[in-house]
Design a binder for this molecule. Structure first.
Ligand code: PLP
Length: 374
């Protein structure tokens, strides 16, 4: 028995988006598909299988535990742990052949011990803070970290990466500065690295907007799931055969009823009807990621038309004004996110109602509902 609320994940759209990203980079540029956060709420294992099948060279996760899950599901491509290498997780990372990304020397001896135990040389990637001001090592400390890695018998430097803070803002000068600092780090490595280091910098924004920042590998996330990094204003948004949203989120009408003018609706009576009003109730609420902030703001699709959410969203119930949609009946499909008929509600639009970004909407809806791959 399934919930009346469903998140549909379109395998075809995911494949299409991977190819769309692929077509924006040179053939030699590798693609690391970012599948952290349960593939932005789309389901890590299913998405990883599809993306690897499409030709992703590597997968990117935040923590070791996610990498272990990918290995246990049979993923054999490189898996990069972007944010979760500490001495306590080093051994598991090595045992599952996960690629550690480090921002300082804290975990190097633990990684080296783990390499010795597994009788293998571990390729480490350095995260450079080239302007993000978050995780990583500052450019001034980079040479010392490179040297430290080369001092460990079972470690070698396999790559260097950085992350853009504002590549979604195409006017920003910061992006050029990040690219320049990153290039300096790469030049420093020339002749100092036994192996050819894999350099990677671009997220989806860098991939589409900064062709000179593709280096050896790009790391798209949001665009694989069908959205432009800079939202609906993006030049990518209107493109023919462009990105296609992968997630669709639906519910079902569980009751249709009519209330008189002047009726206070739901908790705190945050909405009072101004006319005789027909309501459709859906079993969706903040428990499903449909947060209370959407109260009196959101719209949904029923019978291929837009209808407004009225009254406070509760844990498992939301009211829709269907006064102008006389044909709605129990069990009709209600679309919270995605297409129905000729209408469409995007994660960008929901994000605007919520005062947040589409990334957060996808993570929220995707992780709090029953998901089906279609
Ligand atoms: C999440 C993440 C990405 C992907 O970013 P998008 O904006 O979703 O394309 C790339 N690189 C790193 C380090 C990340 O953490």
């Amino acid at each position: 028995m399934k919930s009346l609320n469903q998140v549909e994940i379109s395998a075809a759209a995911l494949r299409h988006n991977f190819r769309f990203c692929r077509s924006a980079v040179q053939a030699k540029t590798r693609i690391m598909a970012m599948v952290k956060a349960d593939a932005y709420g789309h389901g890590m294992i299913d998405c990883a299988r599809i993306l690897v099948d499409e030709g992703a060279y590597a997968l990117g996760v935040a923590e070791v535990v996610e990498g272990v899950a990918l290995r246990k599901a049979g993923c054999t491509v490189p898996v990069y742990v972007m944010a979760g290498i500490i001495p306590e997780t080093a051994e598991t990372a090595a045992a599952y052949d996960l690629t550690p990304v480090v921002g300082d020397a804290t975990s190097l001896s633990a990684l080296n011990r783990a390499g010795k135990k597994q009788a293998c040389h571990i390729g480490v990637h350095i995260k450079l803070d080239a302007g993000m001001g978050r995780l990583g090592t500052l450019p001034v400390d980079f040479p010392l970290l490179v040297e430290k890695i080369s001092g460990f018998e079972f470690l070698f430097l396999e790559g260097v990466l950085a992350h853009f803070p504002v590549a979604d803002d195409r006017e920003s000068k910061t992006t050029k500065e990040v690219v320049a600092l990153f290039n300096e780090a790469i030049s420093y490595l020339e002749g100092r690295c036994q192996h050819k280091c894999i350099a990677h910098l671009s997220n989806s924004a860098g991939l589409f907007y900064e062709p000179e920042a593709h280096f050896d590998m790009v790391r798209p996330g949001i665009s694989l799931y069908g959205y432009a990094p800079d939202g609906h204003k993006s030049v990518l948004a209107g493109k023919k055969d462009g990105l296609r949203p992968v997630m669709r989120c639906t519910s079902r009408v569980i009751q249709v009823r009519t209330v008189p003018e002047g009726t206070g609706l739901g908790y705190s009576h945050l909405y009072t009807t101004r006319r005789k009003t027909r309501l459709a109730l859906i079993p969706v609420g903040y428990e499903d990621g449909y947060l209370r902030i959407l109260t009196n703001k959101a719209q949904v699709l029923i019978s291929g038309r837009r209808a407004s959410v009225i009254g406070r969203i509760s844990m498992n119930l939301t009211m829709i004004d269907i006064t102008d949609l006389p044909f709605v009946k129990v069990n009709d499909e209600v679309v919270l996110l995605g297409e129905q008929g000729k209408e469409r509600i995007t994660a960008d639009e929901i994000a605007e109602w919520m005062g947040t970004i589409h990334y957060e909407v996808l993570c929220l809806f995707g992780r709090m509902n029953n998901r089906v791959l279609v």
